[in-house]
Design a protein around this ligand. Sequence first.
Ligand code: BG6
Length: 478
Amino acid sequence: MEKQKIPCDFLWGGAVAAHQLEGAYEKGGKGISIADVMTAGANGKDREITDGILPDRYYPNHQAIDFYTRFREDIRLFAEMGFRCFRTSIAWSRIFPNGDESEPNEEGLKFYDELFDELLKYNIEPIVTLSHFEMPLHLVRKYGGWRDRRLIGFFVTFAETVMKRYKDKVKYWMTFNEINNQSSVQNPWSGWTNSGILYREGEDVQTVLQQAVHYEMTASAITVKTGHEINPEFQIGCMLAMVPYYARTCSPQDELAAQTAMAHRLYYYGDLHVFGEYPAYMEAFRREKGICLDITADDLKCLKEGCVDYIGISYYMSSTISSVETEGSVKAAEGIYLAPNPYVEKSDWGWQIDPQGLRYSLNLLYQRYRKPIFIVENGFGAYDKLEMGKVHDPGRMEYLRQHIIEMKKAMFLDGVPVMGYTPWGCIDLVSAGSGEMEKRYGFIYVDKDNQGNGTLMRIKKDSFQWYKKVIESNGEQL
Ligand code: BG6
C-alpha cells in the first residue's frame, strides 16, 4: 500500500492577531479598542482593564512588535520559512474607529490592502479572523458591548465592508475568535475580550453571557450568508477554543460532569455554528434556570441560513473535570471542578501539554460535525534566552513535533480532514492572557521585554530552520 501523505495543498503557515503584533494603536485613524485599555499582567497575575488609557500604566499592545511598520520585513521571513498561509485578524477599530460609523476609514482599509498584497506577492494565502479580542472601545462605552442587539448590525457592516474590499485577495475567513472562551465566566477577562462585557454586581451572569452569544451567533450567521453572496468561493469558518474535558475518574458522576462541561463550554457554540440551531441541552438549561432571552424568529432563520463551511480551532491543552473538589482543583460551576491531570506535564504557565489530546479533539469534532477542520492555533509559550545572537528552543520544536505527529495520526488513521496547521505566534508577540512579551511562541525572536524595553530586532530561533524543513517536506521531516 502506498504511504499516506499530507495533501499538497495543505495550508502550513503561522497565526497572529492584529492587536497582539501591529502596535500603532493610534496611527492611520485607528480608534481605541478594548485591547488598548489592558495593562500588562505577569505569569499568574491578571491584566488590569482600565477605564480608558491612564497616563501611569503600561499598555503592551500600544506598540506591540510594531508589525504595522515592519510587516514587509516580517513577511519576508515567513516566506523564507515557506509559509503557504498566514492567519491574522483585521482590527475592527482600524476600519470603523468607533464601530458605529456608516463610512469606513480608508486609511485602515489601505493598510490591509498593502498587507494582503505583500503576502500574495509570496503566494502566501491570507487567512482572516474578523473579530479577535479587539472590538472598538466606543461600542462598549455607548452600547455595553455585545449586551446590545445593535452590535449585530455594526459587526455585519464591518464584515461586509472588508469582505467586499478584499474579495479577490482573501478566500478564508473566520468570524469570532475562540467564541466559546467566554464560557469560563469565573475569569472576568474572557467576557471582556470576547464581548466587551464586564459582569455587574448582582446581575445573572448566565443571562448576560447567553444573550451576548446569541447576538454574536446571529451576526456570525448573517456574515457567513453575506460572505457567500459576495464571493461564492469564500470559505467561512467559526473558531473554537478546543479544550477537551476528560473525566478525572471513570465514576459516572465525573463522566457526567465532563460531558456537561463539553456541552456548555464547547458544543453549544459548535452546534450553533454548524447546525444553525439551538441544542436541546441548552434550551433545557435555560428553561430550568428561568433564563429568558431576546431571540426572534428572524434570528433563528438567520442562524439556519448561515452555517459555517469549516471549523477553525485553537488547541493548546486538555483539561480534566471532577464532580467533587479534589487536591488542586478549581470550581468552575456547580458540581464541576477543573482538576490537575497527573498523566501530563505542564508549561511554565501551567498549561497542560497533551499532544494526544489533539488527535482526540480532532476525532471528537469530526465525528460530531463532519466538517473539515483547520488547526489555526497551536503552540508552546515559553521563556527563551537570547545568547550570543542565538535562541535555542528545543522545547518548542518538541511540542510542535509531537502535535504534528498526532495530527497526522488523526488524518491517516482516523480519516479526519485537516485543512491546515498554523502555529500560534509564529513571531513573538504580546500574550493575550498575561500581556507579557516574554511568554514567547515564535520561530522569530523579537527583542523586547515585559516592560517594553528592547530594539524590536528580529532574530531567527533554531525552530525557524526546523519549521522551514517541516513545510518543505510537507510534514515528512519532523
Ligand atoms: C488564544 C488566543 O487564546 O491563545 C490568542 O486566540 C492567544 O489570542 C493564544 O494569544 C495564547 O494565549 P496567551 O495567553 O499565551 O497569549
